[in-house]
Design a protein around this ligand. Structure first.
Ligand code: HEC
Length: 257
């Protein structure tokens, strides 16, 4: 049994290391693991050193390697392994990381005071959904326009924004940032329709340059849909996701997004 003291000590140390690394969920921070492993090392060394005979048995294989009495393979493994491990550690600490740098993103930037859509200048502050305004007293007509918006949505938007308007369409995972989830309280339900129109008409490229990087895959819909079609699609994304647009507050003050 004494012959195997070093092996048992190493096996014990490794099983504590892997037990803590693989068996503890969520994974513990590296600094805590370091503390446990230092205590484990000290504990094992104290146990080994407490008995002279055990200590000599523990040192015997090490002495054999360094005195050249151990088998060749064991000597090569130890003598080449130590500098290799040290080199690997140094490389891990100094190698440049390939992770993308962290870039914060403003999800709802301040909209411009005016923007261009379908070749016209549009004043963002006074912009209203003309369809909703015209059909306010006529729910049946509004419902018809919403149904037309539904068709537009499933012909153009659902690939990204999803079947259930939850931002999980077929292509959604291919994009970063991912498409907006219209059921989330943090998207269209906190936005005025004018803001939503601006975002749909000008898409990712219409986002303000000051707040880059945007890298949004949202297409520039004014190139593909008429003004009417965009407003209809907007009617539908509110109705279909069970949300309502944000409106001006009573005092008429500007709300920030
Ligand atoms: C190619 C994928 C794609 C398609 C198709 C697409 N979108 Fe988007 N959309 C995105 C992505 C990605 C975002 C999130 C990034 C951003 O805000 O630009 C987004 C964001 C939006 C936002 C902003 C929501 C917010 O909270 O700011 C609106 C509104 C929107 N889309 C409406 C539409 C409408 C309406 C259509 C169809 C006419 C459509 N989208 C089609 C990818 C797409």
């Amino acid at each position: 049994m004494q012959r195997w003291t070093l092996h048992i000590a190493v096996a014990l140390w490794l099983s504590v290391l892997f037990g803590l690394k693989l068996g503890v969920r969520p994974p513990m921070p590296a600094s805590v693991l370091m503390i446990y492993m230092t205590l484990t090392t000290i504990g094992i060394l104290v146990f080994v050193a407490a008995n002279e005979e055990r200590f000599q048995a523990f040192l015997a294989p090490l002495k054999a390697v360094f005195a050249g009495r151990a088998p060749k393979a064991a000597q090569i493994a130890v003598l080449a392994g130590i500098p290799l491990l040290a080199g690997w550690g140094a490389w891990l600490r100094t190698a440049p990381s390939l992770d993308a740098p962290f870039e914060p993103r403003v999800v709802h930037p301040e909209p411009p005071t005016s923007f261009s859509s379908h070749g016209k200048r549009i004043d963002a502050a006074t912009l209203k959904n003309p369809l909703r305004a015209a059909q306010e007293k006529n729910p049946a007509e509004l419902e018809k326009l919403t149904q037309q918006g539904k068709t537009i949505y499933y012909q153009n938007c659902f690939f990204c924004h999803g079947d259930a308007l939850a931002g999980d369409g077929h292509f959604a995972n291919a994009f970063s940032p991912i498409p907006a989830n219209f059921r989330d309280v943090g998207t269209i339900s906190m936005l005025q329709e004018s803001f939503v129109y601006w975002r749909v008409a000008t898409g990712g490229p219409g986002l303000p340059k000051g707040a880059t990087p945007w890298l949004s895959a949202m297409p520039v819909w004014q190139n593909f849909l008429s003004e009417d079609e965009i407003w209809k699609a907007i009617l539908y994304i509110y109705a279909g996701s069970g949300s309502t647009p944000r409106t001006w507050d009573e005092e008429g003050g500007h709300e920030k997004h």
